[in-house]
Design a protein around this ligand. Structure first.
Ligand code: ADP
Length: 473
């Protein structure tokens, strides 16, 4: 409850992807639009002004060249009035000399003379802005010393710039609206994909293993879906394994426990005083206790191997000697129960593997051969190097009933048992071959079985052969 509250509190402090995306998208768009528009505006405005300046100077100079021909100069000046360029030729006192049909000029002559004086006297010309207009003035020799003044009103450019600004605002707002729509759409799609996955995950967490995480719209979400699907499969597998384990183990434990209890009661009530009977009954109890130990060990091994708790510890060892050591453990069967182990083994074959785990594998194969071999109670074991001395093949063969084609692929699975009575010395749990399979797969060793009904089965493992000198690596 406490953690739930904390979780809820933390959740309420989190930001929604939708809002964050929208906010950042809009912020970025506003910034970009403003930046672009300011740059555009400055470029347009400056270009317009510098073009106007160049034109003003050009018209002024052309007019200055025409002043000697009054009529032509007047016409020239008149023509440019329509374009907004106003040219006057003035005397030192400000009287209008040209155009010849005008008499009044409303400017300040002193100011122009001052501006020209401030400039480099040699150039005798000046360009300056004043009263929202661009002005060009130059000294002339005409009329014994006069001035040409050309003016261009910046009002036209400023008006055009204002219009441009209005356009920019309209375009900006439109782009912003479009961006907002796109951002909203994208964020909506993205978050709806995530919401779907999250809803599916909630169903999954409630134990529905039939859920399917799916998102084909975006690569990253599709990858996440795939990962979640494999998590689902793993969780399901491990859940199945646990259920299967509990069901099988409790079933397997029940029989020996019942037997132990029954024989213990029998000793107490019937055979306690009869040493012969008592010993027989005690032997059953010991056998069943061994069986219990076997079951518990197998279960522990399978769960340890399945959860990969201890990895494979590779080392080089003498496989021939190791196999002989394993066979010694079965000596009591030869001595007391008439089993024959026919062994054909090459001397001093070395391999690189996890010795302890390979011991488990060989023990399981030998136990099965003993359990399932035929009436002759014979088991054939061979360990042979191949022609190129690169591989070693271990074969454990029995003469039993064999395994049918349908059962062959299944025997490696957990708890798979072919319906059969095996009242034999080494009792199975249905986990033996599964342990063999997991260990050999973890080693990446090839292994398999050939079997024919009525003739027997032959289990084999392919080991890598390594030189003896690597033994202490
Ligand atoms: P179990 O503990 O029952 O022997 P295993 O996993 O070792 O379990 O083997 C699975 C099943 O495969 C056995 O129950 C048996 O039916 C079959 N099997 C294994 N080895 C042999 C064999 N050598 N000959 C015939 N059947 C076999």
């Amino acid at each position: 409850m406490g953690t739930n509250l904390k979780f809820k509190k933390r959740k309420s402090q989190l930001k929604s992807i939708n809002r964050v995306l929208l906010k950042h998208f809009l912020l970025l768009s506003v910034l970009l639009i403003c930046l672009l528009e300011v740059i555009c505006f400055l470029i347009v405005n400056n270009t317009a002004k510098s073009t106007a300046k160049e034109r003003l100077i050009r018209v002024g100079r052309e007019a200055a060249e025409l002043v000697d021909d009054e009529a032509e100069a007047t016409e020239f000046i008149r023509n440019y009035r329509q374009d907004g360029i106003i040219v006057y030729v003035l005397s030192q006192s400000g009287e209008v000399l040209l155009p010849s049909d005008e008499t009044v000029w409303n400017g300040d002559m002193r100011e122009i003379i001052e501006k020209l004086d401030k400039e480099d006297k040699e150039s005798a010309q000046v360009i300056y802005s004043q009263d929202n207009a661009l002005n060009y003035a130059m000294r002339l020799d005409y009329g014994g010393g006069s001035y040409l003044v050309a003016t261009y009103s910046l009002g036209i450019i400023n008006g055009a710039s204002r219009l441009l600004l209005v356009y920019f605002v309209i375009v900006g707002v439109t782009v912003l609206l479009l961006t907002a729509m796109v951002a909203y759409n994208v964020s909506q799609k993205l978050s709806s994909g995530l919401k779907n996955l999250s809803t599916t995950a909630v169903r999954f967490s409630e134990g529905d293993f039939a859920v399917n995480f799916a998102n084909a719209e975006y690569q990253e979400l599709a990858d996440l879906s795939d990962t979640l699907n494999s998590v689902r499969d793993e969780v399901k597998k491990s859940g199945d394994f646990q259920r299967e384990l509990i069901a099988n183990v409790s079933h397997d434990l029940k029989t020996p426990l019942t037997m132990i209890k029954a024989y213990a009661s029998m000793i107490r009530e019937i055979s306690g005083d009869n040493p012969e009977k008592r010993d027989k009954h005690l032997q059953v109890i010991i056998d069943e206790a061994d069986r219990l130990t076997g079951i518990v060990n197998d279960v522990l091994n399978v769960s340890k191997l399945s959860s990969n708790l201890d990895g494979i510890k590779f080392k080089v060892f003498n496989l021939t000697e190791f196999l002989y050591g394993m066979l010694n453990k079965f000596d009591y069967l030869q001595e007391t129960q008439g089993y024959t182990f026919l062994v054909d083994v090459d001397a001093n074959l070395y391999t690189r593997a996890d010795e302890e785990k390979i011991g488990q594998v060989i023990y399981n194969l030998l136990s099965n051969a003993v359990n399932y071999t035929g009436e002759d109670k014979t088991v054939y074991i061979s360990l042979k190097r191949n022609m190129t001395a690169e591989r070693i093949k271990l074969t454990v063969r029995d003469t039993g009933k064999g395994i049918s084609k349908e059962d062959l692929p299944e025997i490696w699975n957990r708890y798979y048992r072919i319906k059969e009575n095996h009242a034999r010395p080494v009792k199975g749990t249905g986990l033996g071959l599964n342990i063999v399979k997991i260990i050999l797969e973890n080693h990446s060793f090839d292994f398999g079985v050939e079997s024919e009904l009525g003739k027997g089965s032959s289990f084999w493992i392919d080991f890598p052969a390594v030189p003896e000198k690597e033994e202490n690596d």
